[in-house]
Design a protein around this ligand. Sequence first.
Ligand code: DGJ
Length: 730
Amino acid sequence: MKTYFILLAFAFLSVFHSEAAGEKFIRISTNETDLILQVASDGRLYQTYLGNKLVNESEFGKLPYTLGKVNPGASVLKREVYPCSGTEDYFEPAFAICHNDGNLTSILKYVSTEEKRIDGNVTETIIFLKDEVYPVEVKLHYITFAKENIIKSWSEISHKEKKPVTISRYASSMLYFDAPHYFLTEFSGEWAREVNMTTQELSFGKKVIDTKLGSRAGMLTSPFFEIGLGKEPQENSGEVLMGTISWIGNFQFTFEVDNIKNLRVISGINPYASNYELKPGEVFTTPEFIFTLSNRGVGQASRNFHTWARNYQLKDGKGDRMTLLNNWEATYFSFDQEKLKELMKEAKQLGVDMFLLDDGWFGNKYPRSNDRTSLGDWEATPNKLPGGVPELVKSAKETGIKFGIWVEPEMISVKSELYEKHPDWAITLPNRTPYFFRNQLVLDMSNPAVQDYVFGVVDKLMTENPELAFFKWDCNSPITNIYSPYLKDKQNQLYINHARGVYNVFNRIKNKYPNLPMMLCSGGGARCDYESLKYFTEFWCSDNTDPVERLYIQWGFSQFFPSKAMCAHVTSWNKSASIKFRTDVAMMCKLGFDIRLNEMNPNEKLYCQGAVSNYNRFKKVILDGDLYRLVSPYDGNHTAMMYINETKDKAVLFAYDIFPRFDEKLFTVKPEGLDPGKKYKIEEINLMPGAKSSLNFNGETFSGDYLMKVGLKVFSTSKLNSKVIEITAE
Ligand code: DGJ
């Protein structure tokens, strides 16, 4: 009750944090970053500063971008926070509208600010803006996470015109930067080669990163980026912005360098084919753009994201994660009840917590034996699984492990009972030959009846099998044949309402099953947005489980996501890499296996069992510790990463020789984040049965100071060679 009144008091507090020489400033800050906005004498809102936290509020009036008395000539430096099309800012707008009278302009004037202190660490600032002529309102929201140095920003648009208005630009946020050079790192790829990192310098004009795939939207590009301010993003030094948009559908980032060399970063939903008709009174809420500004390179920025995600965003962010054996690569569609029971026994022998049944278990009239049929018919196939899902859950329990199941409920096969009953539930064109991606169509999630059905898939399985312990939720097709029978003449709403419909279902599932762990999967890593991760405990990074490729893919995703959220499985991809190498790579994330134990020789089996037990012993360090990326695979023939716990008494270092050159010079690897004053014992673990460590310092003790300054010789010239080193404070 007390908290309620305190919150209420803050909620109605209108705050101008600082007023100097008639200028009003709004300060939005974390412990390390200040975003300073100014209400200028024209009543509009401008960005004065975004950078390292300033000590003296009294100096805000002197900032180079402050408008007014101090900088009378500064009108050319105007950086409006939410500029609209049709005004004197001739660059890419954050907002564009068509009013009832056909007028295409809007000028938003400042009205007020509310500040809500959510707790000692989290503060929300809401800034109200209003068009001076039309009844149109925009609320800008900012939530700051002080300790983690993370800021969320988004907007809400509404109006009271007589008829719907059309909004054609609706950014979540717009930020300005001022540096001599800007370098953009983007993450692009394809199925099985996700998040390739490439960096380019930005010069005058625009660079746009966007997607039009609708669902599975991140297949070709990921919803995040890095900007090096002044120089290319570095791991441990330099100023860097890292940002991500929390949107499962079409997103867009626009990076525009303007005439005075400001970099303008606009983030939000991609307005492509989505001029949105907004009804009077309806609130259009944009997705959150989440960012951090680090002056210690991307390494620190990643740790900001990881800590924040575990503390605030990820489903069960602070909880444990289950190791598992998945049957997809082990069996594909060819399995039956008996084979699954065998696999469950193998899972038990391996020592993992759970067996995860993948695609191919469903379909009655049309049993799913390949990817051409059955999506939509979520009943177990009787001749494959005579006892259905209940029998499998029971067997798992008897074997002493948990049981999880795969679904792809947003999709529909034309050859399915669902399609026979509800052809109008599929997104497909009424008057053209359909194009099929992976032989399937996407269900129309803008339709509430479809949302109910999709929610019902999980709900029914859970109601009938309350002991189901895990779901893998897949999505293997982008939106094709873009037409919603439900939306009729409002096709422009489809991309947006579809994404909202997906979240609506995720939300219903989380509300009803708050403790159910779920994996977000999209033909690999095409879904990995932070809004979805509120509802999912983890995501599948890629169908490519070749450990060499995974070193790059995991390096890429680790820029934004904690290892706890990233699933990595040991499979048979790239058999020229030993089982040890494959397992050591997967152990850096949330460990699973997707392989038959009976294909392994006794030594390999023993090795895997030992690795699972080591993982269980220190998985808290890997899943909850701080990540230090020590040597990048992009820089040569080796790579190394380490995790360290909060108290700095336990760390695990992973070192890999990929394809070293003959007799190449090997450098030491310098661990980071240790306590210089502590003494640490170095011990190589995860050795093949009977093997001895090749490290001549194995078992020795060094000071943190020595380790961080001198480092350890852990690399070798052997190909596809890996080492896992436990570092323990004495
Ligand atoms: C794509 C996923 O990424 C795979 O792991 C597997 O679940 C298949 N779909 C099943 O069809």
